[in-house]
Design a protein. Structure first.
Length: 113
């Protein structure tokens, strides 16, 4: 698969199935904590956001919520939101907080307000 950026890859370490088909898991971006750029506000948050969508889908069985998060990420990218790792010029690149806000603003309900 050509992913384009590690900043786009969610991951999950899953346990055995539990009650009702739910699976416990640890969800995080593939890239981990990126300590070399921590605290600089330049990390692409989409892998973390997509890890939440994965958690909603797999562990919580909240498919509609997962799809809403995934659509918001897709829409943000379609509307031109870019971090440095997605090819934005330094002067036009969104930081971590700005990219997160773009996605949150596209959710179908004001969950973050």
């Amino acid at each position: 698969m050509i992913a384009g950026s590690m900043g786009m890859l969610p991951s999950a370490s899953l346990g055995d199935g539990g009650d009702g088909g739910r699976r416990f898991g640890l969800y995080e971006p593939v890239h981990g904590s990126a300590p070399d750029i921590a605290g600089q506000g330049v990390v692409n948050p989409l892998a973390a956001i997509l890890s939440v969508a994965l958690m909603l889908r797999v562990s919580l069985q909240e498919t509609e919520a997962a799809e809403a998060v995934e659509r918001a990420v897709d829409q943000a990218i379609d509307l031109g939101a870019r971090t440095r790792d997605l090819g934005a010029d330094d002067d036009r690149a969104l930081g971590t907080a700005e990219m997160t806000e773009r996605v949150l603003d596209l959710l179908p309900y004001p969950a973050h307000r």
